[in-house]
Write a protein that binds this ligand. Structure first.
Ligand SMILES: [Zn+2]
Ligand SMILES: [Zn+2]
Length: 443
């Protein structure tokens, strides 16, 4: 080969060489690839032994034992059953938190998986199966893998990793505190103070190998509401001698439909007001004294949220008053908007594109579902993305949604999840310019 040819070859290959992974990232990729079978095995064991929110005793014991075995500093019983691991890298730098939720759901699993859950329990007075029907088993297993990979390159890490294994994402049992909100309240983002947080959710309707995300508002804020309509009980044959809470409630249900369609600037963001249950009456010829309804609210901005709250009160109170009934309205503010810090999102998307391939990273539409990862993002910049878990070639309508008995996850998507979280951590550390710089500006 002539010198000229060598030079030409050098020039052709240089851009590829520059794009190539750093030795640290190549090492991480290699270690992660070697761990795939272990991650799948962990997931199967967790899948077969699902536990409800604030009751993740076996799951958190398994996580804590694994982190201990890696030489990671471990705190247990955080926000009841949560586990936090702290891995100090060999070099100074920022603190990056990674979060995995651990709880299962009161759903009875169908299908014939060899590691199918046969666990049963009592939930709200009803006997039910317990199932990882949202895929949080995948999250725990993936993050156990991430911990093992990052612990293996500990000396080369420029900063600290905080592994947050969170209980009760689906909500704690009635009357209990829990989830991300309680973790934040107990100071999980302090000591050491976290600079940025990353989290993922496996998705049963996104093809394996694909990652989806959205900058800014991503998932909705959720609130619960209840309306108690009090009338005056009477004989069903003589309605004029009482006040009918059933007719009044029907008008309220219809009135509530006008909040989204008539009171909100829906070209900015969508919103949802759903009445999920109406209970009243006992017999065909008795007009009852009371009707109770409950529902859920989804919104993406504080302004729209406030308008919805105000209008539910006005609609229920004034329709009741016009009928001579009385409405008692209660609104419980639940999870805030899952908000991906735009600067952090811009900064980290190239990492996802490098790991998954540019053609496999897409922006997803707004999601009226909710996620309590939002409580971390209220305090510090956070980035939450979705990992494909649907077998390749499956038609979307054939993929069971989350929270259903046929919910299914293709485990071949886990490797990408492990690599994505590891590379996000390392890239964030490598790109760190100090607290308060543009890329880590607080909202
Ligand atoms: Zn869920
Ligand atoms: Zn979930």
């Amino acid at each position: 080969m002539s010198n000229k040819t060598v030079y030409a070859l050098f020039c052709t290959l240089l851009p590829f060489a520059l794009q190539a992974q750093s030795p640290l990232k190549s090492q991480i990729t290699k270690t992660a690839d070697g761990l795939e079978k272990k991650v799948v095995a962990w997931r199967r064991e967790i899948h077969q032994n699902p536990e409800l929110g604030n009751r993740e005793f076996q799951t958190s014991a398994k996580v804590a034992a694994h982190l201990h075995s890696l030489g990671i500093e471990v705190k247990t019983n955080v926000a009841k059953t949560g586990v936090v691991g702290i891995l100090k890298g060999g070099k100074p730098g920022p603190v990056v938190a990674l979060r995995a939720d651990m709880d299962g759901l009161p759903v009875t699993e169908r299908g014939n998986l060899a590691f199918k859950s046969t666990v049963t329990t009592e939930f709200n007075g009803q006997k039910t199966g317990v199932m990882h029907a949202c895929g949080h088993d995948s999250h725990v297993a993936i993050m156990m893998g991430v911990a093992e990979v990052l612990a293996s390159v500990k000396n080369d890490l420029k900063g600290t990793v905080k592994f947050i294994f969170q209980p009760a994402e689906e909500g704690p049992p009635a009357g209990e505190e829990g989830g991300a909100q309680l973790m934040v309240k107990e100071g999980v983002l302090e000591n050491p103070k976290v600079d940025a947080i990353f989290g993922l959710h496996i998705n049963s309707q996104t093809e394996v190998g694909t990652i989806k995300y959205r900058p800014g508002a991503t998932m909705a804020a959720v609130d619960f509401f209840s309306v108690k309509v009090k009338g005056k009980q009477t004989h069903g044959a003589a309605p004029w001698s009482g006040v009918d809470p059933i007719v009044t409630s029907s008008q309220i249900v219809m009135g509530l439909q006008t909040i989204v369609s008539r009171n909100l600037p829906i070209t900015e963001f969508p919103a949802v007001v759903t009445v999920g249950a109406v209970h009243g009456g006992i017999r065909q010829n008795i007009i009852p004294e009371e009707v109770n309804m409950i529902g859920t609210i989804r919104s993406f901005t504080p302004e729209m949220q406030q308008t919805i709250h105000r209008r539910i009160n006005e609609v229920a109170t004034n329709i009741s008053e016009s009928a001579g009934a009385k409405a008692d309205v209660k609104i419980d503010v639940m999870y805030p908007v899952t908000y991906n810090d735009p600067a952090l999102t811009d900064q980290m998307v190239p990492t996802l594109e490098a790991v998954a391939g540019k053609d496999h990273v897409h922006i997803r539409p707004l999601d009226t579902g909710a996620e309590d990862f939002s409580f971390f993002q209220q305090k510090i910049p956070g980035f939450f993305f979705f990992l494909g878990g649907m077998p390749k070639g499956t038609k979307l309508e054939d993929a069971a949604p989350h929270h259903t008995p046929d919910f299914h996850i293709d485990e071949s998507g886990f490797g990408l999840g492990v690599k994505a979280l590891c590379h996000l951590t390392v890239d964030y550390m490598e790109q760190w310019k100090g607290a308060g710089t543009a890329s880590v500006k607080k909202k």
